[in-house]
Design a protein around this ligand. Structure first.
Ligand code: AMP
Length: 502
């Protein structure tokens, strides 16, 4: 079943229903279904797009992001959404690795993509240009038939090896993710409005389809990004507005001055741990409108959940306990803690968090080794460490050891270390996350070598997305290591914490 069918069906059944909004712009299901069929026609007939071809989207949040997704699916192709905050070189790697034939690019990203585009990319279609506008002059084509295992979305996640890997998400995976959200996260609200304040290339975009399934409205902030005041000002216009938010965003909403108690629909947070005190403060401010998800690109938005109703019904110590967990497995999913031999551990014991069920990816694009390793013995091995209590509630204890999550974005230290090591004066380097009240964690680099922070920062700026740059560069005589010469990051983190207290 093609994900584009949900849009097409409501377009026929209830054409005047509003589907999409940004500022004063509105589009109905009828218009969108018609124009999507034409854009898909242009992709197939003018650009020669065939079933399974990959088409990248590199843009900030915008109504055209939504339109691009649906045109790609309608044509039977696979979307490759790329975070617009990445460095040109990082974007180029994903374009090349995915073998994307076309890239749909915002005007702001045009020069970056043009500078770094690999030879494999046949063409860029720039949003808001004549070329983009003319896609709708093609004849409409029917929704391309796909099987539930056909690819809909290559979701690029940073790998511990430093290179991003494309999690292959099928139409069936996206449907499973949408059903789970509609059943267990926002049961009465998925027919209403959802705000995309978080990147549509990531988690927020994954909630787009459930709101199309329910005939709801996808609202994009006029600014195209997260701005607490803008969101709170949108509430009178969209009462009961739902959204996905990273913990950092919820903290900012709580800290902002506008009073919006009881006006939100459901706010689902996830993607990074949230301190219990911050959750309680947010509930105090906005009422019990919050739910939590635990998932990853490899099982998008869907492994465990703590529902809004569960949080609302719990009080005192029980509420605090629940908020410290990531909830229980979604109905369609299994979540287990496995030991090194993939055997389940006893309740309360620590091990690797593993998942299986209809949301789990089909593997990594063109990376058989990583696919086999991550999906071994029928389980998705998340790389996260945690426990499940006797009642079935999951608690994350640690992440795949090295991963830093800053403002909800995953940052793999190895990627930054590799860049810093290119500097001729850097002898050794180790990057860690330091707990931070605003960002969750910030990136800190420990460096052996006679080199200034200014030089290192310039190097990172030329190679990496800005959000991955270390906030601090600390000179050190020698890194703590074990007998095999492996850097002891845990010890480094302890030293870092002690250094700040000293
Ligand atoms: P991504 O693939 O970018 O969506 O990142 C997924 C990772 O974010 C997971 O493997 C976890 O380490 C972390 N994560 C996701 N949800 C939660 C949550 N609710 N609490 C704590 N960490 C989370």
């Amino acid at each position: 079943m093609n994900m584009a069918l949900w849009l097409e069906r409501i377009g026929r059944a209830d054409p005047s229903r509003v589907a999409l909004a940004q500022g004063s712009y509105r589009a109905t299901y009828g218009e969108l279904a018609e124009l999507t069929a034409r854009r898909a026609g242009a992709l197939q007939l003018r650009y020669g797009i065939k079933a399974g071809d990959r088409i990248a989207i590199i843009a900030e949040n915008d109504v055209r992001y939504f339109k691009a997704f649906y045109a790609i699916w309608h044509a039977g192709a696979c979307a490759v959404p790329i975070n617009a905050k990445l460095h040109g070189r990082e974007i180029a790697y994903i374009l090349e690795q995915s073998g994307a034939r076309l890239a749909i690019v915002s005007q702001a990203m045009e020069s970056v993509v043009a500078e770094f585009a690999p030879a494999s990319l046949e063409r860029m279609i720039v949003l808001r240009t004549k070329e983009w506008g003319e896609l709708t002059t093609s004849d409409p084509v029917p929704v391309a038939p796909v099987s539930q295992d056909d690819l809909a979305w290559l979701f690029y996640t940073s790998g511990t090896t430093g290179r991003p890997k494309g999690a292959m998400l099928s139409h069936g995976n996206l449907a499973a993710c949408s059903f789970s959200y509609a059943m267990e996260q926002n049961p009465s609200g998925y027919t209403g409005a959802i705000l995309h304040a978080a990147p549509m290339s990531h988690g927020s975009g994954l909630y787009m389809m459930a709101h199309v399934m329910g005939g709801g409205i996808n609202v994009i902030p006029e600014s195209g990004h997260f701005d607490a005041d803008e969101i709170l000002n949108l509430l009178p216009q969209w009462p009961g507005l739902s959204m996905f938010a990273a913990p950092t965003m919820i903290k900012r909403l709580t800290a902002s001055g506008v009073n919006a108690g009881g006006q939100f629909g459901t706010i689902v947070w996830g993607g990074a741990p949230m301190y219990v005190a911050d959750s309680l403060a947010a509930i105090e401010r906005f009422g019990p409108v919050f739910g939590q998800l635990y998932g990853q690109g490899e099982s998008p938005m869907t492994i465990t959940r703590l529902t809004r109703d569960e949080i609302a019904a719990a009080h005192g110590a029980e509420r605090e306990y629940l908020l410290g967990t990531a909830g229980r497995a979604f109905a369609s999913m299994e979540c287990a803690i496995l030991d090194q031999d993939d055997k389940p551990v006893a309740a309360g014991e620590m091990g690797e968090i593993c998942a299986r069920g209809p949301a789990v990816m089909r593997g990594y694009w063109n990376n058989e080794k990583a696919s086999a390793d991550t999906l071994r013995n029928g389980w998705l091995h998340t790389g996260d460490v945690g426990t499940i209590d006797a009642r079935g509630f999951l608690t994350l204890k640690d992440r795949s050891k090295d991963l830093v999550i800053s403002g909800g974005s995953n940052i793999y230290p190895r990627e930054i270390e590799e860049v810093l090591l290119r500097h001729p004066k850097v002898r050794e380097v180790s990057v860690i996350g330091r707990p931070d009240p605003e960002w969750g964690e910030i990136v800190v680099a420990y460096v052996v070598g006679e080199v200034s922070a200014v030089e290192l920062d310039a190097l990172c700026l030329s190679e990496l997305a800005r959000f991955k740059r270390p906030k601090h560069y600390i000179a050190i005589d020698a890194l703590p290591k074990n007998n095999y010469g492996k850097v002891l990051k845990t010890e480094l983190r302890t030293m870092d914490a002690a250094g700040r207290q000293a």
